[in-house]
Every structure is written in C-alpha cells, then in structure tokens.
Design a protein around this ligand. Structure first.
Ligand SMILES: [Zn+2]
Length: 173
C-alpha cells in the first residue's frame, strides 16, 4: 500500500480535528511507520501531514498545534514554529513541563555552575559606606584590603547582620 494511502487510512477526518487512529506512544503524538521491516522509519503523524501539504519542514523547526490536540493531523490546525514558539505555545496552553531533573550524579557543567553561584552568593556583600554610598561585590576580604580595614571578621559580621556596623560601614538593605 502506498505510504500516503496508508497514512490517510489511519486518519479519522472529523468536522474539527482529524485524529490519528494509529499508534500514539508517549508523549501522545501520532506515529507512522514506513519502509521495509528491516529499515523502519518512524514519522510523527502531524509532521508527516504538514510535509504532505506544505513541503519539507525547515531544519530545527517544530510543527505546533493550534488545537492543542497532539493526535490531530489536520493541516489547518498545524503551524510551523521555532523551538521557542513551541515552548511558548506549550506554556500558553499550560502543558509546559520544566526541564528534566539531572541524573543522580548531576550534570557536570551545571553542577559546576551551581557551585559557583552558591559560592558567589555566600561571599556576596552589599554595604553602605560611611559616606552613604552603596558598594557590593563578591570578595569582601579584598574590599577590606583596598579600604584599609584590618578587622575582616567585623566586616563579615556586618555583612551577615550579626553586627550593626564597623567603622561606619553598615549592611545595605
Ligand atoms: Zn486539531
């Protein structure tokens, strides 16, 4: 049976959505298999339909649903979107899922980035100088050195709120 005919045989053309009646594995999009058994090619039914009507999908582009029905293959319900559109569209329709959780070992790069953020947050200071200026940064020790403050410990206490002030420096709110 020609592929196109095989495709339409699995479509239930209703007055609204045209539903794919073939397999719809997770995440719920219809799937069409073509090619000989040894070289099966898997197509998403909605993408296949779009290509059938409008031509090849540009690389990296998504086919989104106006009707938010993943099984629907009706060309007028489909639109070409960028990956960003696809996410925005999903958000608009309230089915956006946050990115997957990292594996138990964590993702090397993001773990490093997170550690750096945590370290920065823990060393970040935001102070009011005796002249009322607000200063902030990530290296309080260096700040003390530049401003001739020898009692670092007192400044760390100011930063953490344990001490009201030291040499006129206060915690900025
Ligand atoms: Zn539809």
């Amino acid at each position: 049976m020609p592929v196109v005919e095989n495709f339409w045989n699995k479509v239930d053309k209703g007055t609204g959505c045209w539903l794919w009646t073939g397999t719809c594995p997770k995440p719920g999009y219809g799937v069409l298999m073509t090619g000989p058994r040894a070289q099966r090619i898997k197509h998403f039914a909605h993408r296949y339909s779009w290509e059938l009507h409008f031509g090849p999908i540009p690389e990296g582009m998504y086919i989104c649903h106006h009707c938010d029905n993943r099984r629907c293959v009706r060309p007028s319900h489909l639109f070409l979107g960028t990956p960003r559109d696809n996410v925005r569209d999903a958000m608009d329709k309230g089915r956006f899922r946050s990115p997957p959780k990292p594996p138990s070992g964590g993702w090397a790069v993001s773990a490093v980035a997170r550690a750096r953020q945590t370290a920065e947050a823990s060393t970040r200071y935001r102070l009011v100088t005796p002249s009322g200026e607000i200063v902030s940064g990530t290296n309080l020790r260096e700040f003390c050195r530049q401003n001739g403050i020898s009692h670092h410990g007192a400044m760390y206490q100011v930063r953490s709120g344990k001490r009201r002030s030291h040499r006129g420096y206060k915690l900025a709110q």
